[in-house]
Design a binder for this molecule. Structure first.
Ligand code: F6R
Length: 242
């Protein structure tokens, strides 16, 4: 495990974008696993900047997002598809058909999970999986539990997670109750995992996840078992690693 603590968000974003871009430069047909939320926004901004400077092309790459809310109508501004378009897809040359994200408006979400897993299996291993971290230690929307699901599945969001995400919606009631998430199987099969964590409110959970016991009650603790884990922390989230 490689843990880096950054004094400035700018440096963290450059490092994160550098790893993502480097993956695609080395392997133009790279399969990228992508995350949403506040954490990767600065990294995506940096990737777009470098793309516009002509330093990288995503023409042959493909992407698989970790998760999507269930039940939001197509085009809802808080859907993760809209997020990805806004922050990344609309600004780079990734072909639309190469960008994959679970369809949260599918009539049968369970079937949609199977379809997504079949696509992931066809894609082979994810080369680089970008992850943020939930306050309760979730990765993707794999919430703490006595057992975790390896495959893509429908999950009932914890109230803590809905409350944390209410800042993007008008009110808590508008936050969907369920999501589709990639399971820990596909995440742990990625060749390299890039975990990014920011903010004082995540200092304890990231420290516990990476140095405490491995337990499904802290899903991110499973990342300790991964042979190629890179962790980027801002100074506040990295307080306990100094
Ligand atoms: C998002 C995702 C979630 C977030 C986590 C942290 O695709 O899978 O696990 O990474 O909830 O969210 P932020 O970055 O908003 O603090």
């Amino acid at each position: 495990m490689n843990v880096h603590v950054f004094d400035s968000n700018e440096k963290l974003n450059e490092a994160g974008a550098g790893i993502l871009i480097g993956t695609v430069q080395t392997k133009p047909r790279a399969v990228l696993g992508l995350a949403t939320g506040s954490t990767p926004i600065g990294i995506y901004e940096e990737v777009v900047k470098e793309f516009k400077r002509g330093l990288v092309s995503f023409r042959k790459a493909s992407t698989y997002n970790l998760d999507e809310y269930v039940g939001l109508p197509a085009g809802h501004p808080e859907s993760y598809l809209e997020y990805m378009k806004h922050h990344l897809f609309d600004h780079i040359d990734l072909p639309a058909e190469s960008a994959h994200i679970p369809d949260g408006s599918a009539a049968d979400p369970e079937e949609e999970c199977k379809r997504y897993d079949a696509m992931l299996a066809d894609a082979g291993h994810i080369d680089l999986q970008l992850l943020g971290l939930g306050h309760n230690g979730h990765i993707g929307f794999n919430e703490p539990d006595h057992a975790l699901n390896s495959a893509t599945h429908v999950v009932k969001l914890r109230e803590q997670t809905r409350a944390a995400n209410a800042r993007f919606f008008g009110s808590l009631e508008e936050v969907p109750t369920h999501a589709i998430t990639m399971g820990v199987g596909a995440i742990l099969k990625a060749k390299t995992i890039l975990l990014v964590v920011r903010g004082a409110d995540k200092a304890e959970i990231v420290h516990r996840a990476l140095t405490g016991p491995i337990a499904t009650e802290v899903p991110a603790s499973l990342l300790q078992t991964h042979p190629s884990l890179v962790v980027l922390l801002d100074a506040e989230a990295g307080r306990l690693f100094r």
